[in-house]
Design a protein around this ligand. Structure first.
Ligand SMILES: [Zn+2]
Length: 148
C-alpha cells in the first residue's frame, strides 16, 4: 500500500498520542494503530480489525483488540458508536460529523457537519443547550440488479 505524506503524519501523530496517553507501544498496539491510522478514515468493528490483523499474521487476541480500542477511545484517538443495539463501531474521525450508512454493505461514509441543515422541531430540555447534532442517514440501493 502506498502512503501519502498526510497519512504518514497521521500515523506518527497517533503513535505519539498513544505514548502521551501513557500506553506502552507494544508491537500489537503498533500494528493495530497502523491499520487504523495509516489510511483514510475508518469505521470498523473489533471483530473486523481482529480478522485483518490475523490475516496480516499479527498474533493478538480479540480481547486485546477490544481492550486496545477502548483505551484508544478513552485517549481520544477514536470514537465509538452503536448502530444496532449491540454492534459497536470505532471511528478514526473524531471530529463531529454525520454518516451515510449503506445498510446492505454495513458501510459508513462520513458527511461533513456543515453538509446537512437540521431544523429543530423541539427545544432542548430546560436548562440544557444543544452542543452538536450528528445524524446517521441510512441508504439502500435503488437498483438492486447492480449489486456489488
Ligand atoms: Zn465517521
Amino acid at each position: 500500500m502506498k502512503y501519502n505524506k498526510n497519512r504518514k503524519n497521521r500515523e506518527k501523530l497517533a503513535i505519539s498520542q498513544i505514548q502521551s496517553a501513557g500506553m506502552r507501544l507494544t508491537p500489537q498496539r503498533l500494528a493495530l494503530a497502523k491499520r487504523l491510522f495509516s489510511g483514510p478514515d475508518r469505521h470498523i468493528t473489533a471483530e473486523e480489525l481482529h480478522s485483518e490483523l490475523k490475516y496480516a499474521d499479527v498474533r493478538i487476541s480479540l480481547a486485546t483488540v477490544y481492550n486496545t480500542l477502548n483505551r484508544f477511545t478513552n485517549a481520544g484517538l477514536l470514537r465509538e458508536f452503536f448502530v444496532d443495539s449491540n454492534q459497536s463501531y470505532f471511528d478514526t474521525n473524531t471530529e463531529p460529523h454525520h454518516h451515510f450508512f449503506y445498510e446492505e454493505l454495513g458501510k459508513f461514509v462520513d458527511v461533513p457537519i456543515n453538509n446537512l441543515n437540521i431544523e429543530f422541531l423541539t427545544s432542548p430540555p430546560k436548562g440544557t443547550q444543544v452542543d452538536s447534532v450528528e445524524v446517521f442517514i441510512k441508504l439502500s440501493k435503488v437498483d438492486s440488479s447492480n449489486k456489488k
